[in-house]
Design a protein around this ligand. Structure first.
Ligand code: ZN
Length: 283
């Protein structure tokens, strides 16, 4: 199942560029609210199995119609330093436990946006696999953790490095939470749709030049490990999201360092899910 936010309404993607409105197709059994879908995920998955390509209500969808497929999570978790090759290019060692921060809600956006560069900011890129929670998870073991994942989507953990690393206790959450710094989408894909949910390629291109390319199998802490560790402390709720960390190739780790400039086009992809496109604009 692939779920999208089409013009602010819950939709099932039935074919490339085509979708069915869930409220319409279900005669109101499900409402149009996208975030609510995660609270009824098992039911929705059952319903979606009856909606195939060529459905009478299937409509073409243009990219501009797609919004954030997880528009209002209760909690946003983000994991730092979850790929050894990225830790090596950062000022930090490979962690023994996952460093956790948040991206504040107003930083989240849909998949195709313009992002304003804060004046004087060193704005960097971090493509990430994002896991969306499909049922309440509390003290979950690694062996069953995938059962709590509704689906996976693409995220960009856009980061302003000066603020992120400022002060005696670095401001990870704040430096990564300017408006539009957390694009998500273009769809949420159930893990079973991927050839291997534990091993997908992800990457970033800037103006067509590939700057990041990694595989999620290289994570220091896998998706199940993260769910187990987070849910040991904090119950995870339906519709919560976890940004699972970024592989090597960010701008901060380059010699010389490179940061996003007005006019740059940032493309972030996860194979089997899709891509995000951000145009950077001056403040
Ligand atoms: Zn990140």
């Amino acid at each position: 199942m692939k779920v999208a936010n089409v013009d602010g309404r819950l939709a099932l993607v039935t074919a490339p560029g085509k979708a069915v409105d869930v409220a319409e197709a279900s005669d109101g059994r499900f409402g149009p609210d996208v975030q609510q879908a995660y609270s009824r995920w098992a039911e929705l998955t059952e319903f979606a199995a009856t909606i195939g390509a060529g459905h009478a209500l299937e409509r073409p969808v243009r990219d501009e119609q797609l919004g954030n497929p997880v528009p209002a999570p209760s909690q946003v978790f983000a994991i730092g330093l979850n790929y050894a090759d990225h830790a090596a290019e950062s000022p930090f060692p490979v962690p023994e436990a996952p460093p956790v921060f948040t991206k504040f809600a107003t930083s989240l956006s849909g998949p195709y946006t313009d992002v304003t560069i804060p004046s004087g900011g060193n704005v960097d890129w971090e493509v990430e696999l994002v896991a969306v929670i499909g049922k309440r998870a509390e003290h979950v073991g690694e062996d069953t953790a995938w059962d709590y994942v509704a689906g996976l989507t693409v995220g960009q953990d856009i980061s302003e490095r000066l603020l992120q690393l400022a002060g005696p206790a670095p401001q990870f959450s704040l430096g990564k939470s300017y408006p539009g710094f957390g694009p998500l989408g273009p769809v949420v894909v159930t893990p079973g749709e991927l050839p291997d949910r534990d091993d997908v390629e992800l990457g970033t291109l800037i103006n067509g030049e590939q700057v990041q390319k990694g595989r999620t199998s290289a994570m220091v802490f896998s998706v199940p490990s993260l769910i187990s560790r987070l849910s040991a402390v904090t119950p995870l709720l339906p519709g919560d999201v976890i940004f699972t960390g970024t592989p090597a190739g960010v701008g901060m780790g380059r010699t010389p360092q490179r940061f996003l400039q007005a006019g740059d086009e940032l493309v972030s992809y996860v194979h089997g899910i899709g891509e995000l496109r951000q145009r950077m604009v001056a403040a």
